[in-house]
Design a protein around this ligand. Structure first.
Ligand code: SAJ
Length: 425
């Protein structure tokens, strides 16, 4: 471990999907970590050596860190040598970034800051947020000097270092991924590199704070635009009666083409959010990024219309009443093999269908034990695959879970398939 952080304490503010694994990664290297979260229940669970989120292997690492005394959680910040803010940055109505969690976290650590401390913003943030955080801290602590006023001579060092880990692979990616580090000054960056070198094996690449902020937004906007291209192709191919998945496979044989996969839309709390931070700052210039967001956001409506067409076809063929048509929704999570339903297009589609076809929806989601209340309330039920496929007239494939991909079932006679993932077609 770099000498710099031996016998020092690191405080992580926000013990969610990024903060808790980061706290565990520092603690596993023998650094004393104080985790801070506003939620007392989260703090209590962690202090029992348990976790409140689903992430492979995290439970073992947190359990070891807590029982060996390297990680402790609290609701009230305590003095430390480095503070790492990993709080949410959602958007408000009109896609306006909501920095209130960063503001609250900054104000909560300000009273315990002392000369020589390092403050790092890890939350994915609009350009300028790190400078804003520095301004909030400076306003709270006029007795300390900050880099925006004193440059390299400042008492406090400040940097932005966005997280880039993939849910489901967080512990490995935290260690192996390269990190982009944007200090407000050179010394700020140096201090941040020394901190991350405690556990990061990837390269720590130094830039300024605004470039680091934009870099993270660019990564997710780039993926969003690529997925929008695939989703748009799926609409075009549907009109032209071409199998989009075969088309993409063939086009990807070209050495310089790498098209992503269409789906029911883009979910999760990152890719569907972060591009708006760019659009919000530079609306005139961000035409492609905005359009990609709109293309991806409109895909669930297109899928819903496809299901309506299938229901109408069943009715036309059998003469049955539409209210007797049963629909199986295969998968609810925002991507395969996780239990995370946040901003899931599959859930959005299931909810719309349940509104329109009450008591007719059978949901198959192997990663959850109970349906979200909003879906159950609409009369949808959680089923096994066997039960749902025995009864369904229309099957909607929404999430390419491993189990669904590995065993392609034979649908019952007359059943119609709407396959948004191209795995049962
Ligand atoms: N999706 C498609 N087609 C594809 C790939 C993805 O429809 O070909 C959909 C998924 O089904 C899902 C959504 O996109 O609904 C997002 O999934 P994802 O696996 O692309 O990304 P996330 O949201 O789990 O994680 C992303 C990652 N960013 C990039 O890959 C550029 C991760 O590295 C970031 O750390 C994370 O966002 C974050 O926290 O910002």
């Amino acid at each position: 471990m770099p000498q710099h952080f031996i016998n020092k304490t690191i405080s992580i503010i926000g013990l969610g999907y990024i903060g808790l694994p980061s706290a565990a990664a520092f603690a596993a290297r023998g650094v004393k970590v104080i985790g801070v979260d506003v939620n007392q229940e989260t703090v209590d669970i962690i202090n029992q050596g348990k976790i409140h989120i689903v992430e492979p292997e995290l439970d073992m690492v947190v359990h070891a860190a807590v029982t060996e005394g390297y990680l402790r959680a609290t609701t009230i910040p305590e003095p430390a040598e480095a503070f790492l803010l990993a709080v949410p940055t959602p958007f408000r109505d009109g896609h306006e970034p909501d920095l209130s969690f960063i503001e609250a976290a900054s104000k909560s650590i300000a009273p315990v800051l002392k000369k020589g401390d390092l403050v790092i913003l890890e939350s994915t943030s609009p350009v300028g947020a790190t400078e804003q955080m520095a301004a909030w801290l400076a306003a709270e602590r006029p007795d300390l000097s900050f880099p925006q006023d004193m440059g390299e001579e400042s008492d406090i060092r400040i940097a932005h270092c966005p997280e880039r880990v993939l849910p489901g692979h967080v512990l490995r990616e935290l260690v192996e991924n390269d990190r982009v580090i944007g200090g407000l000054t050179g010394k700020c960056s140096e201090a941040a590199v020394a901190l991350y070198k405690v556990f990061v094996q990837g390269e720590c690449i130094v830039t300024d704070a605004r470039t680091a902020e934009m870099c993270k937004l660019t990564e997710n906007a780039s993926r969003d635009v690529s997925i929008a291209f695939a989703n748009e192709l799926s609409l075009i191919c549907d009109k032209l009666d071409i199998d989009v998945w075969e088309l993409i496979k063939l086009a990807n044989r070209h050495p310089r083409v790498n098209i992503l996969q269409p789906g029911p839309g883009v979910g999760g709390h990152c890719i569907a959010v972060d591009p708006w931070f760019i659009v919000n700052k530079t609306p005139e210039e961000s035409r492609l990024i905005r359009t990609a967001r709109l293309v991806n956001d409109s895909k669930p409506h297109w899928v819903e219309a496809k299901v309506d067409t299938a229901v109408a076809a069943v009715v036309a063929k059998t003469g049955r009443h539409p209210s007797s048509v049963k629909i199986a929704c295969m998968g609810l999570s925002f991507k395969p093999d996780i239990d995370d339903l946040r901003e899931s297009p599959a859930l959005e589609i299931a909810l719309r269908l349940a509104d329109k076809y009450p008591e007719q929806i059978y949901v198959v989601e192997p990663n959850i034990d109970a349906l979200p209340a909003e879906l159950a309330k609409r009369g949808a039920r959680l089923s096994t695959q066997t039960e749902a496929l025995e009864i369904a007239d229309v099957v909607v494939m929404l999430v390419d879970h491993k189990g669904f991909k590995e065993r392609v079932p034979v649908l019952r006679d007359g059943a119609l398939l709407v396959d948004t993932r191209g795995i049962w077609r």
